[in-house]
Ligand binder design. Structure first.
Ligand code: NAP
Ligand code: GDD
Length: 349
């Protein structure tokens, strides 16, 4: 019989790609969703509407232990991917309380219910490079000290520690992914990459004349979400649970991302980007770049999508949605590559 997986956060970017992956591998896929999602499927289940008939959805509230307990008792999964979270760092400054409540208690509820009902179920926790925050070293590895810079980052450190402690205290197969930023055409519009690519499309369509952005000098290690969910699955296929950095080992500034996105649409970014100091964060994470050597060696995972391909896919998709067809051959675009080697500073070439 095929294996059964439960995904929390199945309606999100990662949940949608992970569902596709697990369905393609023959899993019986279940998802925990908020009740409102079932009330308004056309809007809230958009990312999974194409596989809606291949998955099973259960209404539940992450904030309520009895509710999470009930869904786990109903599904009895072999694998659980806990992805649900208030995932927007910026919003966590506006509402620290609900971010901490959803992200910390939600994770605790999932782990405690699994321990109670299906202790042999393998668990994945969606940890984040935001946990490194004010980075202690470059590049960041599984051994780099955490120094979170937001309620979101703090909530993810707590989730990481909870997951590790359930592994150590109760012998559960519980693993932490430390995933660096990963994007796709399904990324939420509030995150900077999608804000840029959708902004480019609106400008090309004549529906906007500029794009307001905050800190253009922040650096991120951006990969592709479809590629990163494979690492989640691989972690749960190992004999032993563990913690893994998942990253490309390359870092780029927001400015470089924007320049490339505008270039692919035949536009000069300098003419359209407007600096907006309101969009700066009270505490910023300036530089993220991961060393995925452990994931490569133990899981056989590696990043398979270049930044150029990622940006192109996102710009092309957002422009197509506006009725604009782009031809990649018409535009040449290049960016500097800054690659991280273990224990070294970031090289520039
Ligand atoms: P996303 O697109 O924002 O999806 C978040 C998911 O969590 C959605 O399904 C959302 O459901 C659900 N959710 C939020 N609050 C909830 C609540 N109170 N109760 C139940 N469900 C709730 O995020 P993502 O990019 O797919 O990321 C998935 C996970 O990986 C998150 O935990 C995120 O923090 C973590 N992560 C992401 C990245 C990245 O770069 N994408 C990197 C590292 C870690 P609704 O549709 O109902 O809102
Ligand atoms: N969102 C946003 N909007 N970010 C901006 C803007 C803007 O207008 N202008 C500049 N930025 C900068 C932010 O200050 C930040 O340094 C960077 O762009 C990336 O911001 P986001 O795309 O919002 O992502 P994030 O890095 O804060 O968080 C994402 O990645 C984490 C992993 O490192 C989220 O997906 C988190 O859930 C995830 O854990």
């Amino acid at each position: 019989m095929g294996r059964r997986a439960l995904i929390t956060g199945i309606t999100g970017q990662d949940g949608s790609y992970l569902s596709e992956l697990l369905v393609s591998k023959g899993y019986e896929v279940h998802g925990l969703v908020r009740r409102v999602a079932l009330e308004d499927p056309g809007h809230r289940l958009k990312r999974i509407e194409h596989i809606r008939n291949s998955i099973h959805l259960h209404a539940g509230s992450l904030e309520s232990f009895p509710s999470v307990h009930h869904v786990l008792r109903t599904v009895q999964p072999d694998e659980c991917y806990h992805l649900a979270a208030q995932s927007f760092v910026s919003y966590s400054f506006d509402d620290e309380f609900s971010t901490l409540q959803t992200n910390i208690n939600g994770t605790h509820h999932v782990l405690a219910a699994i321990k109670d009902i299906v202790p042999k179920c393998r668990v994945y926790f969606a940890g984040s490079s935001e946990m490194f925050g004010k980075v202690a070293e470059v590049p960041q590895t599984e051994n780099t000290r955490f120094h979170p810079r937001s309620a979101y980052g703090i909530s993810k450190v707590a989730g990481f520690d909870l997951t590790r402690n359930y592994r150590e205290a109760y012998g559960m197969h519980a693993s932490n992914g430390i995933l660096f930023n990963h994007e796709s055409p399904r990324r939420g519009f509030e995150f900077v990459t999608r804000k840029i690519t959708s902004g480019v499309a609106r400008i090309r369509a004549g529906q906007a004349s500029d794009l307001k952005l905050g800190n253009l000098d922040a650096h991120r290690d951006w990969g592709h979400a479809a590629n990163y969910v494979e690492a989640m699955w691989l972690m749960l296929q190992q004999d032993q649970p563990d913690d893994y950095v998942v990253a490309t080992a390359e870092t780029h500034s927001v400015r470089e991302f924007a320049k490339l996105a505008f270039q692919y649409a035949g536009l000069d970014y300098e003419k359209y980007i407007v600096a907006d100091s309101q969009l700066y964060r009270p505490a910023e994470v300036d530089l993220l770049v991961g060393n995925p050597a452990k994931a490569h060696e133990r899981l056989g995972w590696s990043s398979s999508v270049s930044l150029q391909s990622l940006v192109w896919e996102m710009v092309e998709s957002d422009c197509r949605a506006m009725g604009i067809e782009l031809n990649k051959d018409n535009f040449t675009a290049s960016i500097p590559v800054r690659r991280a080697a273990h224990g070294s500073a970031v090289d520039s070439s």
